[in-house]
Design a protein around this ligand. Structure first.
Ligand code: HEC
Length: 442
């Protein structure tokens, strides 16, 4: 009996000892799988992150920084309040993964046995996130070292010889350091189209570079489903309709307009953006359609007072006129953007917050891919946003001025983007109805 107990105690002690001395996490066995799943999409050559985590050699010097970045939850970047919505691209680490990275860094970042390493992920080449079937070359655009470059449009031939369903699209900037954002629009071909010639509008600007509000048209319409199909912004560069069995129909002869917006960096560079597509092998069952519902832009209404830490912009509203699935959203604001919240009001009056972006950061305009949300016809989408024009906002270039709607990063925008999946035979121009609203939201 005594002996039995003793043996039992010894065995227990042995088990506890084994747990304490359980081998430290190694790069190959424990850390690399986490990096592959949650980090390499950005941390590899040609992507937004400045260092690669593809292998031990390049990741090892960052072990301590990784520990800090994941325990403070700075990485992976994610700004949606976890209380709302569910997202397919949420890379937020679970606590056990954070612990693994922490213990690995604390143990001196051991490499471990190469036999334990998972096979490398076959990432697309040349910096693409999708592997395009077709690449449309954008223009070569010389970005000067200094000054203001107004939004510039350049049309290039699309090369679509027949009606084509595309199933994903990616915009790859040539030089991310100067690319504030860029969009592409699909334009029906006309005989008088002029290719490869930049066009822009010179704005009337004051000494600080801000557009003089009186020079704007008093009221610009809100809520547009323009020919703009897709935009690159820092943090978002592709959209993929394949998981939904959906596509976008590009009519034969469509030309592609690049809408380029550059920010000078003190060094002249030539940017050469490219647009990549994958093509459907058979006609997709459903449409993918994107929308931007800009808020009211009238300077009488959209004017952020100096030093206001929490100004609420006019809301953006849209009513769905078709049954659709909401699959994606992205907030676009500039330096003073603070938060943006998407709320649905269903036909039965029920309301639901589906996305609430907090601590908005202009450098991180992430796209949020919803687990599809069923939207019955008659549902209303209401988007609210706040701005911090105080000195506490570290991105704020000048808290002492009134800020109006404008193209440049030191001016402001309130541009909620979203995308839906709709029936194949729907007219995508009739999916939403928008209204000019001056209502400052709740
Ligand atoms: C969406 C793209 C993206 C993802 C996903 C991502 N990173 Fe990053 N990471 C960046 C960029 C861009 C930077 C450099 C700019 C910055 O520090 O904000 C960065 C910087 C870092 C730094 C340097 C931090 C510092 O303070 O200097 C570390 C460490 C890091 N990332 C670790 C990770 C780890 C670990 C993961 C996965 C668990 C991850 N990142 C996922 C884009 C990403």
């Amino acid at each position: 009996m005594m002996i039995d107990l003793l043996v039992a105690i010894l065995m227990l002690g042995g088990a506890a000892m084994a747990a304490e001395t359980s081998p430290e996490p190694t790069f190959n066995k424990d850390v690399l799988p986490i990096l592959q799943k949650n980090c390499q999409t950005c941390h590899r050559p040609g992507q937004v992150a400045p260092m690669s985590f593809l292998d031990y050699k390049s990741a090892r010097p960052w072990a301590k920084a990784m520990k800090v970045a994941v325990t403070t939850r700075k990485m992976p970047p994610w700004f949606a309040d976890h209380r709302y919505g569910r997202f397919e691209n949420d890379r937020t680490l679970v606590q056990s993964d954070i612990d693994t990275i922490m213990k690995w860094a604390d143990a001196g970042a051991p490499e471990g046995d190469s036999k334990d390493a998972p096979p490398p992920i076959q990432w697309p080449v040349e910096g693409w996130q999708i592997q395009p079937d077709i690449i449309v070359d954008g223009p070569n655009f010389k970005v000067p070292a200094k000054g203001i470059v107004e939004w510039t449009n350049i049309v290039v031939p699309g090369g679509f010889t027949k009606d084509t369903w595309i199933t994903s699209m990616e915009l790859l900037p040539g030089d991310r350091s100067v690319t504030h954002h860029m969009c592409v629009a699909f334009i029906p071909h006309t005989s008088d189209v002029v290719y490869n010639v930049p066009t822009w509008t010179d704005k009337v600007r004051d000494a600080s570079g801000s557009e003089i509000p009186e020079s704007r048209k008093a009221i610009t319409p809100t809520g547009t489903n323009t020919a703009v199909q897709f935009c690159y912004v820092p943090g978002t560069q592709f959209e993929d309709y394949r998981p939904f069995g959906a596509g976008k129909l590009v009519p034969a002869g469509t030309d592609i307009q690049f809408r380029l917006h550059y920010t000078v960096t003190g060094k002249e560079v030539v940017d050469h953006p490219r647009l990549g597509f994958t093509i459907a092998k058979q006609t997709p069952e459903r449409h993918y359609a994107n929308f931007i519902i800009n808020s009211q832009q009238d300077p009488a209404v959209f004017a952020i007072p100096p030093n206001d830490p929490n100004w609420q912009s006019p809301i953006s509203e849209a009513t769905f006129e078709e049954d659709v699935d909401l699959v994606w959203a992205m907030a676009h604001m500039h330096f003073r953007g603070k938060d943006m919240t998407y709320q649905l009001t269903y036909p039965d009056g029920r309301t639901e917050t589906v996305l609430s972006i907090q601590n908005y950061d202009y450098n991180w305009q992430l796209g949020y891919r919803f687990e599809p949300i069923r939207i019955p016809k008659g549902t209303k989408l209401t988007v609210t946003a706040h701005y911090d024009n105080s000195a506490n906002n570290r991105a704020n270039p000048d808290p002492n001025r009134t800020v109006y709607w404008g193209d440049q990063a030191w001016e402001e925008m309130m541009s909620p983007f979203f995308a839906v999946i709709a029936r194949k035979n729907v007219d995508t121009k009739k999916i939403i109805k928008t209204a000019v609203s001056t209502r400052p939201g709740a």
